[in-house]
Design a protein around this ligand. Structure first.
Ligand SMILES: *[C@@H]1O[C@H](CO)[C@@H](O)[C@H](O)[C@H]1NC(C)=O
Ligand SMILES: *[C@@H]1O[C@H](CO)[C@@H](O)[C@H](O)[C@H]1NC(C)=O
Ligand SMILES: *[C@@H]1O[C@H](CO)[C@@H](O)[C@H](O)[C@H]1NC(C)=O
Ligand SMILES: *[C@@H]1O[C@H](CO)[C@@H](O)[C@H](O)[C@H]1NC(C)=O
Length: 444
C-alpha cells in the first residue's frame, strides 16, 4: 500500500458522510455559492465557491510550505478551465428568451494564417431581417464564445499567478516559451484564455505572439474528445439505476415548469440531465443578464435556478466521482491526459524536463475528471467546476535534495496534498491510467 492510498484511508468519517448525503438524490439542497458576478462579495470568504470566476492562487493568500522553510520550488504543472462565455446551448426559441442582447462588440475574434496573410478578425452580426432570427439571440456574440468580461477575468488570473510564481517566489523570471509550455483544447475560447493569461503575466504580450500546443480534435485528451465506447457503456449503466434516475423523478415538477417556460419539452438532451439548464442560466446570471423570460411573461424563478445549480453539482459529482463505476468511467475518459501528466513529472524526475511550467487550459469536463482522478472527491463531494477553476501541482526540493509535491485546488492547498513524495505522487497518477486503454475504449 503506497502512502497515497494510506492517506485516503485516513479520511475522517465525517467527510464520507458528507459525500454520502449529497449522493442521495432526495437530499439535494440549494448550493451555497456565487452565480451572479465574477467578483465575490467582500462579506464572504475570499475562497467561496464562485461559479462565474473560481478563486485561485494569489499573492494575498499564498504561503510557502510552512514546515519546510529551506525547500525550493523546482517545477510545476497547472490546469485551468476557461473563463466565462455565452451559453453553449440554445433554447428552441432562443431569441425571445433574452431581454437584452449579448454584446461582444469590443472583442474582435482573430483568426488568420500567419505571415504572409493579413491579420483577419471577425465580428459576429445577427441581422434583424434574418428569417431564422428566432433561433438566436440579438447582439454581436456567437454561441459558447468567451466574452470580453471572461477575457478580463483571464488577464486578472494570469496577473495573480505571476504575482505568486514570479514576484513572490522568483520561480518564473520572465514569460518565455523556453520555460512555459502551454496546451489548450481546439476551442477558440481556451486559446483566448491562454492569451489573456499570458498578457496578465506580462502585459508586453498584449501585442506579441505566444504559441500554444493542441492535439487533433478527434483524439484531443483535454475536453476529453477521444472516442471511448467502453466508457459510454459504463456511464449508460450507472445512469440507469435508481441512484441516478430517482433525482430525475423527484424533480418532475421543476422540469415541467422549466419546459413550459422555455419550450424544451420532449427534447432528449434537456431531459437526460440538467446540464443545459445549468449552462443557459449560469451563463446569463454570470453576465448580469436576467434569467430567461418568455414572450408571454413566464420567467424562470430564482428558486428554480438555485435548484438547477444544486442538481448540477449532484450530477457532476455522481457521474465523475460518486457513482458505482465512476472511477472506471473517469479513468477511461481521462487516462490519456493522466498519462501526459505522469510523463511530465517523470521527465522532471529524470532531469530531462526543459520546461519549468506546463500549463493547460481546458473545460469543466477536464477539471472534474482531474479533481476526481486526484482523489479530491474522497474528501468532499465535487461541485461543478467553476469558470477559471484551477488545479496547481508544485514540486519542491528540500535541502536534502528530496522532491515533494504540493497541490492547490481553487487557490487552497488540498488536505492530504500538503507534502507528498514525488514518487508517491507519480504512482498515484499512474494508478489512474488504465492498461490497454485503447482496447478498453474500443469494447463494444
Ligand atoms: C431582437 O431583435 C428583434 C429584431 O430587430 C427585435 O424585434 C427584438 O425586440 C430584439 N430583442 C431584444 C431583446 O433586443
Ligand atoms: C457593447 O459594449 C460596448 C462596450 O463594451 C459599448 O460601447 C456598446 O455601446 C455596447 N453595444 C450595445 C448595443 O449595447
Ligand atoms: C459496475 O460494473 C460492474 C462490472 O461491470 C457491473 O456488474 C455493475 O452492474 C456496474 N454498476 C452500475 C451501477 O452500473
Ligand atoms: C411562458 O411561460 C409560461 C410558464 O411560465 C407558460 O405557461 C407559457 O405558455 C409560456 N409562453 C410561451 C410563449 O412559451
Amino acid at each position: 500500500m503506497n502512502r497515497y492510498v494510506a492517506w485516503l484511508l485516513r479520511i475522517p468519517v465525517l467527510c464520507y458522510l458528507a459525500a454520502l448525503s449529497s449522493s442521495q438524490p432526495g437530499t439535494i439542497t440549494s448550493a451555497a455559492g456565487v452565480y451572479s458576478s465574477s467578483v465575490t462579495p467582500a462579506n464572504l470568504p475570499w475562497n467561496t465557491y464562485n461559479y462565474c470566476n473560481a478563486p485561485h492562487v494569489n499573492g494575498e493568500h499564498y504561503s510557502k510550505p510552512t514546515n519546510h522553510p529551506h525547500a525550493e520550488l523546482k517545477y510545476m504543472n497547472a490546469v485551468i478551465r476557461h473563463h466565462k462565455r455565452t451559453p453553449d446551448n440554445l433554447y428552441p426559441q432562443e431569441n425571445e428568451l433574452n431581454s437584452i442582447p449579448w454584446n461582444c462588440t469590443n472583442f474582435p475574434q482573430f483568426n488568420f494564417g500567419g505571415s504572409p496573410a493579413a491579420q483577419i478578425f471577425h465580428n459576429t452580426d445577427v441581422p434583424s431581417w434574418h428569417p431564422f432570427l428566432s433561433l438566436f439571440w440579438n447582439g454581436t456574440c456567437d454561441e459558447g464564445q468567451l466574452t470580453e468580461e471572461g477575457l478580463m477575468d483571464a488577464v486578472a488570473h494570469g496577473k495573480d499567478f505571476w504575482e505568486v510564481y514570479s514576484h513572490k517566489l522568483g520561480f518564473l523570471e520572465h514569460v518565455t516559451e523556453k520555460h512555459i509550455f502551454m496546451r489548450t483544447s481546439v476551442e477558440t475560447r481556451t486559446m483566448q484564455v491562454a492569451g489573456g493569461f499570458v498578457a496578465g503575466m506580462d502585459p508586453a504580450f498584449a501585442s506579441k505572439t505566444f504559441p500554444v500546443t493542441t492535439q487533433p480534435s478527434p483524439i484531443d485528451s483535454i475536453p476529453p474528445n477521444y472516442p471511448c465506447n467502453g466508457a459510454n457503456n459504463v456511464r449508460n449503466a450507472f445512469q440507469s439505476v435508481p441512484a441516478w434516475t430517482e433525482h430525475l423523478q423527484q424533480n418532475v415538477d421543476l422540469k415541467a415548469r422549466l419546459d413550459a417556460t422555455l419550450g424544451t419539452a420532449g427534447l432528449a438532451d434537456w431531459a437526460s440531465w440538467y446540464d443545459h439548464f445549468f449552462d443557459t442560466f449560469s451563463s446569463r446570471t454570470c453576465h448580469g443578464h436576467p434569467l430567461p423570460c418568455n414572450s408571454t411573461g413566464g420567467c424562470v424563478s430564482e428558486a428554480d435556478a438555485a435548484k438547477v445549480f444544486a442538481i448540477g453539482d449532484f450530477e457532476y459529482n455522481y457521474i465523475w466521482n460518486a457513482a458505482e463505476n465512476a472511477t472506471t468511467y473517469n479513468q477511461l475518459t481521462f487516462g490519456v491526459f493522466m498519462q501526459e501528466l505522469s510523463q511530465n513529472f517523470k521527465l522532471f524526475r529524470d532531469g530531462s524536463e526543459s520546461f519549468k511550467l506546463r500549463f493547460y487550459v481546458g473545460h469543466d469536463g477536464t477539471m472534474i475528471r482531474l479533481a476526481s482522478a486526484l482523489g479530491f472527491g474522497k474528501i468532499a463531494p465535487l461541485r461543478w467546476p467553476a469558470l477559471g477553476s484551477e488545479i496547481i501541482m508544485e514540486v519542491w526540493e528540500t535541502n536534502k535534495k528530496k522532491n515533494f509535491v504540493r497541490v492547490f485546488h481553487e487557490g487552497t492547498v488540498v488536505p492530504g496534498y500538503e507534502w507528498i513524495p514525488l514518487d508517491t505522487f507519480i504512482d498515484s497518477l499512474d494508478a489512474q491510467i488504465p492498461e490497454n486503454i485503447f482496447e478498453q475504449c474500443n469494447a463494444s
